[in-house]
Design a protein around this ligand. Sequence first.
Ligand code: GLC
Length: 430
Amino acid sequence: MVATPLTKTLRCVVAAGTVLAMTAACGGGDSDSGSDSKGASAELTGRGPITLVQGKDTSGNVQKQVDAWNAQHPNEKVRLIELPEEADAQRQQMVQNAQAKSDAYTVLNLDVVWTAEFAANRWITPLPQEQFDMSKFLQPTIKTGQYRGRLFAVPWKTDAGLLYYRTDLVKKAGASGPPKTWDEMKQICDKVAKDGVGCYGGQFEKYEGLTVNFSEAVHSAGGSVVDDQGKPQVNTPQAKQGLDFLAEGFKSGFIPKEAITYKEEEGRRAFEKGKLVFLRQWPYQYALSKKSDVKDKFDVAPLPGPNGPGAPTLGGHNLAISAFAKNKATALDFIKYLTAPEQERANMLATSEAPTLTELYDDAELKEKYPYLDVLKESLLKAKARPEAVRYGDFTKAIQENAYAALTGTKSTDQALADMQAELGKLTQQ
Ligand code: GLC
């Protein structure tokens, strides 16, 4: 087979933190000269109006940050374009925009799992790493914006799975604190999850959130989705223990039936209406739930696992510049503005979204407003990255389809994991 740039990119899979030998053959690394083979200029020139494209502005704070920028930059205004709430739908629209080489999108708010795909396809422009002090960013976030050692997206908001729990109900069950294990969680629920209150929720709809929840369950049970060589390892007793936790949860009612339709926002609403004792969720929910009916009755703890604390998945969003955009100099300045300490700090105060700058985790005012900041930092530092794959869309689909089949009972967990292993194996061999 002739190794065209496209076929080269199909081979690139990088395991969490480990670059496969074959990545040397991956696309995207031969354009140091500043312009790529498709003619999109990598030079960051041009000033004028731009757009910021991202999922729904759930907190409303992004628009506020944009308004503040616009007031200072009347000739370089930013227009916020909101895409759907769900990660996969956002990716689809950004991919379509890139494939059409449209200049409609300037700054892309990329999920950490899309960097490799967008960089390898040259849909985003390499960024001048020397203009950002990377030593100020939380260590795990740095790699999420790099592809083959080059900076393509600046870490903006990071994410790790946390356990939101009802303090009143945990107390009522006689527990001394939040559960550290899956069994402790069940024991608490046996006592208090009744009369319309379900036990445990997460993100179980068939989309990226399910890949996150599946990975967390597998990692918490001591398994891995891919090993250090980037080979899938989902047909293992540990992966089975993880998937069984979720599948049996649905069978036994430990996870309420309706949670199969939960993405982040559906789960949040259920928790805020008092319908759940426990919810696996990202940091953004904290500030929103502080304005809800459960505002004085919840707290946040590390995720539990089978034998002790579990292993959260690393999430987050980084800022990149579309290769096809105009006014890239303005875009670069705007990225610097959003990732500066004052803006990251103000954003956390307003939204509880996790900042990417390390210093903010020791900030007295933030600590007072968000007493769980140490728990968050600890969860972020131990969080496991999802596989970094150029064909991430196919990779995650194979996980989603099979995990969903197990949760809905159309496949046994053994069958789902065997099928997942085979499909992931095919993708990583190409
Ligand atoms: C959050 C995370 C992101 C993840 C998504 C899944 O937005 O930051 O990394 O892919 O949730 O729904």
